[in-house]
Design a protein around this ligand. Structure first.
Ligand code: ASP
Length: 345
């Protein structure tokens, strides 16, 4: 790596909330967000990083369970406003919905040519055994890392516990261990040990086009998780939700669903009401192959779109973005099938 180039990197850290910047409320014992300025006090190591660091923070930091499209618009807006001034961005965010936010931002920031690295922590940064310091310091290092003057990871990623993942491939799988995330169907973009070992062949290439920010979300999206014993009454009621436009059909195995006539009839009724169905497997690893089993053949035939190996988090946010952009059924389906930024095969 060219050290003199690395030393010039200018990084913007955006603190949105989450455990990394939380303290214990002495009265209630619950974790609550604290003034972001304390983060720099808590991590004096930041002063030793050979980059120029600047910080912005949400006036009211949020627990990531309260994230909504408004939050994504706020983050994307801050990145867009500051895009030319910085070489990379680190987004400090609660881990609970980080996979959703990283997915949403990956779909919003089209032609992204600079690193946007999400990170957070399982223990607050002020706690002695915190995982937050390493996550923050390495996320910053990655956001500013360049090779021949070009950013090494010009995409939306998640850094957690020595691993860098493609953001829209992540899932939070552990509420206790420091290793909170996994990317089941796509290799890590980097592994951090003594050195940061980048998986160059798996990182998206820059487009060299101007950044475009997509801002229209359609929130009339829902997830129908199948389970043995699901009733027709429930499925009918679900599809009757007002204004429903898109449904992630959360299916078994390689995209299988019950093959009972009533179920396919309910799906058909939904499709006739212009509701788009996106088939995503409940399995963490592997992909939807409609038609592999008898129990998924019917889905493809009636027009359910295969989500292949997309994660639930990426599927939900992709649907919101696609339904916000397109109104014609054919165009919506074809957009869902397209790969925007490495979110599926
Ligand atoms: N509840 C917290 C949040 O997602 C957990 C975390 O920060 O990791 O905001």
């Amino acid at each position: 790596m060219n050290k003199s180039k690395v030393a010039q990197s200018k990084i913007l850290i955006i603190y949105t909330g989450g455990t990394i910047g939380m303290i214990t409320d002495l009265e209630t014992g619950a974790l609550k967000p604290f003034d972001f300025n304390q983060i720099t006090e808590e991590v004096p190591e930041l002063k030793k990083i050979p980059y120029q660091l600047e910080t912005l923070f949400f006036k009211e930091p949020i627990d990531s369970s309260n994230v909504e499209p408004e939050t994504w618009l706020k983050i994307a807006g801050l990145i867009e406003e500051n895009y030319c001034k910085y070489d990379g961005f680190v987004i400090l965010h609660g881990s609970d919905t980080m996979a959703y936010s990283a997915s949403a931002l990956s779909f919003m920031l089209r032609n992204l040519d600079k690193p946007v690295v999400f990170t957070g922590s399982q223990l607050p940064i002020g706690v002695i055994r915190t995982d937050g310091k390493e996550n923050l310091v390495t996320a910053i290092e990655i956001a500013g890392a360049k090779l021949n003057g070009k950013p090494i990871v010009p995409e939306v990623s998640v850094y957690f516990e020595y691993k860098l993942y493609r953001g829209n491939r992540t899932t939070k799988l552990n509420a206790e261990h420091f290793e909170a995330f996994e990317s089941f169907d796509y290799p890590n973009l980097a592994n951090a040990g003594i050195n940061i070992d980048y998986n160059f062949g798996k990182i998206l290439k820059p487009t060299n086009k101007p950044l475009q920010v997509y801002r229209n979300f359609n929130q009339n999206v829902a997830v129908l998780t199948l389970f043995p014993g699901i009733t027709q009454g429930f499925v009918r009621h679900f599809f009757n939700a007002p204004d429903l436009k898109g449904v992630v059909l959360h299916t078994f195995g390689s995209g299988n669903a019950l093959s009972r006539k009533w179920f396919l009839d309910e799906l058909l009724r939904a499709i006739r009401n212009d509701i788009i169905l996106f088939n995503v497997t409940q399995c963490k690893k592997g992909e939807v192959i409609q038609g592999r089993y008898e129990t998924s053949k019917g889905l493809g035939k009636i027009g359910v779109v295969s989500g292949r190996d997309i994660t639930l988090e990426a599927a939900v946010t992709k649907m919101m973005v696609v339904l916000g952009e397109q109104t014609e059924t054919g165009k919506i389906k074809s957009a869902l099938t397209q790969v925007f930024c490495g979110e599926m095969k």
